[in-house]
Design a protein around this ligand. Sequence first.
Ligand code: ADP
Ligand code: MG
Length: 350
Amino acid sequence: MKRLVLLFLAFALLAAAGCRPKTTRYQAEFLGLFDTATTVIGYAESKEEFTALAQKVRERLTKYHQLYDIYHDYEGLNNLKTINDHAGVAPVKVAPEIIALLLFAREQYFTTGGALNIAFGPVLKIWHDYRSRGIDDPQTAKVPPRQLLEEAARHTALEGMIIDEAASTVYLPEPGMRLDVGAVAKGYAVERVARLLEAEGVTSLLLSVGGNIRALGGKPDRTGVKPWKIGIRNPDPESPVSELCTVRIEGLSVVSSGSYERYYTVDGKRYHHIIDPITLMPAAYFTNVTVICRDSGLADALSTALFNLPLEKGKELVAGIGGVEVLWVTAGGEVIPSEGFGAYLEEKNW
Ligand code: ADP
Ligand code: MG
């Protein structure tokens, strides 16, 4: 009898595996969102099915991109640029997606002790302009004058931003204020899109916006579900190993901040794009900080904040949040994983 039951079970399992529709891996890539490349990877029964899903992702991300843009105007839309343009002039009525991002970013400003500050725009704009000019014309590349940075830093207190939730307005009361959400908007937008897809029943997909990765579930396999494998880039350009390690994740985010992503060179020295709010210079502690946790908005905010914090302070911050694992690569090349990071490691090259 026992043998019969086992035989029946084996047949049932085989039948279940046989019934699972055969899916194929598809990939879509598009440019123009958040100043970077977006990749969507998924398994579907047909190309049409996947393309329709990828198109939905693109449309939703485009909406967030336009709302969170600080460089461009869009006809009939109040976005972050509108808020910046009205600094010291008047409150601006905005969509709830903007209010939600700003409330989230303000919370992160307080929990990170100011290491992540979306009101750091005046200082970041100076670095942005010097970097753009330095990339266009390397011969004349310059570091911003100290005095200019210090003057701009006087208008960076996020405490000043006035959010009226009932009226859905945002007001920057000083003319010199300017929001820059480059450190959080991508991850926050990806999380919102991922949550909506999850609510709609999507159980497997991989979203990457400029390496800001969010997995929905795992990837389907003949025998069930397997984790996605994500490579973490080696920040050392001289190393023959391009990936520091590979991690396995299901339903989680992996977000890195690196000194090699955007930079320019002055007199042979590199100046990258994450600016330490204390020194007003490119943060010098690390070359890469990678965060793994569920929420991609939190992962994005933390990767930038941790990049600006000394290791011990960063460890304290992470311990206080919970559910967050980190891999730090110091400026000296030392690789330091947080206590539970090893559980995600698939391959380790350090
Ligand atoms: P990336 O956008 O390259 O993936 P990050 O998430 O670390 O990397 O964000 C870097 C961006 O964040 C910068 O380009 C700038 O717009 C912004 N930024 C830089 N320094 C800070 C800071 N101290 N606080 C808030 N935002 C910052
Ligand atoms: Mg970030």
